[in-house]
Write a protein that binds this ligand. Structure first.
Ligand SMILES: *Cc1c(COP(=O)(O)O)cnc(C)c1O
Length: 384
């Protein structure tokens, strides 16, 4: 029995060094890291500019609390909302906290309580975020949950339309469900949500904790849809590995929070702001995002070439991709990939989730595909 609580099923390797897409474990074995710390390390491990930024800031000031002006918070907020209909930011420390803030603001702003979320969503582990998460296994043993969340099937226009009434404060969703299996919103569903939200006092909360900050090939995934969110929540990629999160909202929401109504001790701390500004400066460049989309197309086309298409489908957006193997448990495949030097995540029982750093090289993509091909085409391991 370890001195740690038993809430993770950890893989028995410890990664002790990382550079770009490469990591090394405590035995000196090298891997290609296509987990990016679960979509966190958008610029890979130990990106030199992020390392320098963190070093420089750490020698100036680490923490002051929001009792004081924190240099850089306003500039970071401006960089995040630039050229969008969004206009304000609140900074916090994790995805769950960002979702909590959005849920609280949506209730306070509308004066209503009901929030619609979708099956197989994932919004985090705090009470509000867990209650928003429509997955029984995540609630089990922790009830009673926060009241008034309604769970609907994802991408089902009919059931959504039937559930809309005056009690609904907000609709909350992931543009591509990450943990829940790499399921993207359909155009039809996005159009229906857009229509509902523009014709009523129902707010749209987009949880872009996993999809945001370039992960899907645009700054935010919603930009590839007709959706016009009132809130966008962010975490994971936002700090490039430094714990940092936030919520963006429109000017209509601005008056919802007043001094004292919400807060967090660490939110928007100088270290996080400095690193996040550097991340955003790099990732939000058009040329960088174009490359993410080109790498995504390349990765998808090479996967489709390498793997038998009658048994495997590729889905997702940008560099948040799922290799779906129907009726096959991917856990032993993921172990085998690890043995061969490729680290990947799962997303449900039969989806291998690929989350390379956004600045992964074509050579690294080729190496990853060769390993996937080798493991997946080995019939005794994978496909029957
Ligand atoms: C990871 C994730 C969260 C939770 O973020 P934490 O930082 O672990 O609290 C919320 N929503 C989505 C879509 C996520 O992928």
């Amino acid at each position: 029995m370890s001195a740690l609580f038993n809430n993770y099923s950890r893989r028995p390797i410890s990664l002790v060094e990382g550079k770009g897409t490469t990591v090394v474990d405590s035995n000196g074995k090298k891997y290609l890291d296509f987990t990016s710390g679960i979509a966190v390390l958008c610029l890979g491990h130990s990106h030199p500019e992020l390392v320098n930024t963190l070093k420089e800031q750490s020698e100036k000031i680490w923490h002051t609390s929001n009792l004081f002006e924190i240099p850089g918070q306003v500039k970071l907020a401006e960089s995040l909302v630039k050229d969008q209909h969004l206009s304000h930011a609140f900074f916090c420390n994790s995805g769950a906290e960002a979702n909590e803030a959005a849920i609280k603001m949506a209730r306070k702003h509308t004066g209503k309580v009901n929030i619609i979320t979708f099956e197989n969503s994932f919004h985090g582990r705090t009470f509000g975020a867990m209650s928003a998460t429509a997955q029984e296994k995540i609630h089990s043993g922790f009830g009673p949950l926060v009241d008034k969340f309604t769970y609907l099937p994802f991408n089902d226009v009919e059931s959504l339309k039937n559930s809309i009434d005056d009690s609904v404060a907000a609709i909350m969703l992931e543009v591509v469900q990450g943990e829940g299996g790499v399921n993207a919103i359909t155009e039809e569903f996005a159009a229906a949500i857009n229509e509902i939200c523009s014709n009523s006092n129902i707010l749209l909360i987009l949880d872009e904790v996993q999809t945001g900050i370039g992960r899907t090939g645009t700054r935010f995934a919603y930009e590839q849809t007709v959706l016009k969110p009132d809130f966008v929540t962010m975490a994971k990629g936002l700090g490039g590995g430094f714990p940092f999160a936030g919520v963006l909202g429109t000017s209509q929401i601005y008056d919802t929070f007043s001094p004292g109504s919400h807060g967090t001790t660490y939110g928007g701390n100088p270290l996080g702001v400095a690193v996040s500004q550097k991340v955003v400066d790099i990732v939000f460049q058009d040329s960088f995002l174009i490359e993410v989309r080109e790498k995504s197309e390349y990765l998808i086309s090479q996967l489709e070439k390498a793997l038998p298409q009658d048994q495997i489908t590729i889905r997702g957006k940008g560099l948040l991709l799922g290799v779906v193997i129907d009726n096959v448990d991917v856990a032993p495949i993921i172990k085998k990939l690890e043995d061969e030097g490729l680290l990947v995540c799962s997303a449900g029982a039969n989806v291998i989730r690929l989350l390379p750093p956004l600045n992964v090289s074509y050579e690294e993509i080729d190496q990853a595909i060769a390993i996937l091909e080798k493991v997946l085409l080995n019939k005794s391991v994978a496909l029957s």
